[in-house]
Ligand binder design. Sequence first.
Ligand code: PAF
Length: 282
Amino acid sequence: MKLVRSVKQMAALTAGYQQQRRRVGVVPTMGALHEGHLSLIRVAREQNDIVIVTIFVNPLQFGPQEDFKRYPRSLTKDRRLAAATGADLVFAPSITEIYPAGFQTGIDVGELVARWEGASRLGHFRGVATVVAILFQLTQPTNAYVGQKDYQQSVVIRRMAADLRFRCRIHVLPTVREADGLAMSSRNASLRPAERRQATVLVQALELARTRIQAGAGDAGPLIDEMRQLISAATSARIDYVAIVHARTLEPQWRLHGALAILVAVWIGRTRLIDNILVDVP
Ligand code: PAF
C-alpha cells in the first residue's frame, strides 16, 4: 500500500488513474481509524479499482475552543489498518500541503449549516466542505464514502458535491456501533470509564424515539421532552440539542411523519458526542 504525503504526488497518481479509466473510491477521514471507517473501506474495496483513504486532521473545522490538539493521531496504526482492509493508498498530507501560505478560499453550504452542528460549532462546516472539496479535487473520486454517524455532515457533503458538479457519487453508510449500542467515534477514546458507561444514553434516547414513533406517537414536542429526560438522568451528560428534523432539509418537524432524522448532541464530561437515527413514517 502506498503512503502519499504530497499534493503533487497525489495529483500525478490521480492523473494516471484517470487515464487508465480506473474507478476510484475515496474514504475521507481524520485518522484514528475504527470499525466505522473500516466498514467504509470494505465497501469502497468492493465497488472500485483503486481505494484511497485520506487522513488529515483538518484545523479549519475545529473551533478555537475545540479539541484539535487533543484529537487522536495514530498514522502508523491507521496505515496498517487501512492496508489490512484493502486500501491501495493512504493520502496523509501535512497542513501546509493542504493550506499553503496565502490560502484564502472557503466553501459555505447555505441553510443546511445554519442549525444543529453548524450552530453549535460555528465555521465547522465551512472547514469540512472546504477540505472535502480540496480532497475530491486532488483524488477525483468516482465514489466517496462517509458515515451516517455525522448525519448533517453527510447532507452537507452531498449538497456541496452536487452544487460544485463533482462527478462523484456520495455513499452514506450505516453507523457502526459497539456491543452496547454506542456509535463508534474516535472521540469515544477520550471518555473515562464511568463516562463511557453513561454514553449509551444517546442511543437509548434514539431507541426510545423509534419505539414511540412505531407505536404511533404523532407530536415531536412531548417525545423530545421524554428523550431529554432520559439523557439528563445520566449525571455526566449535558445536552446540546435533541431534534427531530426533515431528513433532507434538516428543518425541525413538529408532526411526526415523512422522512425524519432524529439528532442528538450531548456532552459526556469533556467529550461531545453526536448520534442519530433515520425513521420513515408513512
Ligand atoms: O468526518 C470526518 O472525519 C471529517 O469531517 C472529514 C469528512 C474527513 C473532513 O475532514
